[in-house]
Design a protein around this ligand. Structure first.
Ligand SMILES: [Zn+2]
Length: 468
């Protein structure tokens, strides 16, 4: 990449404006609001992101998907650290265009070209066309495509169309890192003449037998409904199209011999060996495989991949344990039916191993914009998986009464409290459980923010911008 030989006055003005906005917003104590500098700078120079991205000598890589893009990009960041590759990462989850702009503007090395640095971007699904056009990534990873937050981007087909638009804007020689087991992601290869690196699971013993929530997918080429030889997670598995004969591609990066524990997961990757990470859940194994595939495309060494995966930190709130008055409180964020089912599957395993065969669970349901405003999705979730294995339970959030009703139908015991207020909910949890108890909290996104703010207020968890 060539650094522009002449001074770009417009870019310089945009950078000054953006950084001033950042300083002003910090003075105003708007902690966490990372979109403003990018917004201001874009007003001055609409090409600011493109110009700043061009300075990264190792180019840019993007990570997107409905679930797991934060964890997958953090896993890659961890591998890059273990590889001693310098990089810039939009790690605060500011994955829209303005947030990406802010990350570039607030970069400390902004005034010099970065000959040896890589730009690592976690990108929102709908931002992919704009981000791809702006940063011209050399590699693009797609983790999965789920029905998510119904009223945000509409259906799966809408997002798939956005991703095809992104591919049309991508450099022809870029490498796609695709989930072979998710047919909606795998289909992106139909529109791609460049290189593809596939990742997926090859573990017959690990296939799921639960019916679970599972939205059917249709072949884009012939319209047939995919059939499955086995499924690992929601609609991810060994799929085939009975109409046109397409089958799930063989992975270049395959996860085998998967073993899940409450706080960790281990698996083997042929060519690398055994990996262990401090996160559990099938979805996190997929996230790690996406990062490993991306790392291999970047030519990073196996030993650094193993070390990086072992050191990956949980994304904020997604799987986090804190102590509150002697209780062990674990937050397990759920964003959609597939993620919720995976959490319930994990809790069923935990309950089976508990001395009394039970787990204590608080389920918090909000219906604000970021949660999805239609709460009918809770009826697609298999809360029945935990029936008979729940000790104490609480329903909370703005739609606590709806949640309590749903849990009652699922055969859970009567909720001890149904409260919207997170402080009252935490009081109820502490009143109902002895010291030493373990409580699992399953919140939607904004309910997680509210509950976590209450934990911070009581000194139980650090403010989220302090994590990492
Ligand atoms: Zn077909």
């Amino acid at each position: 990449m060539r650094y522009p030989p002449t001074v770009d006055i417009r870019l310089a003005a945009a950078v000054v404006a953006g950084r001033s906005a950042a300083r002003a917003s910090r003075l105003l104590r708007r902690g966490g609001g990372t979109a403003l500098p990018g917004l201001v700078a874009e007003r001055v120079d609409p090409a600011v992101v493109r110009k700043l991205a061009l300075r990264f000598g190792r180019g840019a890589v993007t990570v997107t998907g409905t679930n797991g893009k934060t964890t997958a990009s953090r896993a890659l960041a961890s591998i890059l650290e273990a590889s001693n590759v310098p990089f810039l990462h939009n790690r605060e989850g500011s994955n829209l265009m303005r947030g990406i702009g802010s990350t570039l503007l607030l970069d400390r090395g902004i005034r010099a070209p970065h000959h040896d640095r890589l730009l690592l971007l976690e990108v929102d699904e709908a931002t992919m066309p704009a981000a791809t056009a702006a940063v011209a990534p050399r590699a693009l990873a797609f983790t999965n495509l789920f029905r998510d937050q119904l009223d945000r981007y509409g259906e799966v087909d809408t997002v798939a169309a956005m991703w095809r638009e992104a591919l049309a804007a991508a450099p022809r020689d870029a490498t796609l890192i695709l989930n072979a087991d998710d047919p909606s992601v795998a289909e992106l290869a139909l529109d791609w003449a460049g290189p593809v690196h596939w990742f997926g699971l090859d573990d017959e013993a690990f296939a799921t037998t639960s019916a679970g929530a599972f939205d059917a997918r249709w072949c884009r080429r012939c319209g047939s409904t995919f059939t499955y030889e086995r499924r690992y997670f929601a609609h991810a598995g060994i799929w085939a199209c009975p109409g046109c004969g397409r089958t799930r591609p063989a992975p270049d990066t395959a996860g085998t011999n998967v073993r899940l524990a409450l706080d960790s997961a281990s698996f083997d990757v042929p060519g690398i060996g055994e990996l262990t990470m401090p996160l559990s859940g099938t979805y996190n194994v997929y996230n790690a495989l996406a990062a490993i595939g991306l790392a291999r495309v970047l030519g990073l060494p196996s030993e650094a991949i193993r070390q990086g995966v072992a050191a990956v930190a949980p994304a904020f709130g997604r799987q986090e344990a804190v102590r509150v008055d002697g209780r062990d409180v674990r937050l397990l964020l759920t964003k959609n039916p597939a993620g919720a089912n995976e959490v319930l599957r994990l809790l069923a395993t935990v309950a089976r191993e508990a001395p009394d065969g039970n787990v204590n669970v608080a389920v918090l349901l909000n219906d604000r914009f970021a949660d999805g405003q239609d709460v009918s999705w809770t009826w697609d979730v298999d809360y029945e998986l935990l029936a008979g294995h729940v000790g104490r339970c609480w329903a909370g959030g703005d739609r606590g009464p709806d949640m309590a009703l749903r849990l009652k139908y699922a055969g859970w015991p009567e909720s001890s409290a149904t409260v919207a207020d997170p402080a009252a909910l935490l009081d109820a949890i502490l009143r109902d459980t002895p010291s030493g108890a373990r409580i699992f909290v399953i919140p939607t996104y904004t309910a997680m923010l509210d509950f976590r703010a209450e934990l911070v207020r009581r000194g139980a968890a650090g403010a989220f911008w302090e994590r990492e």
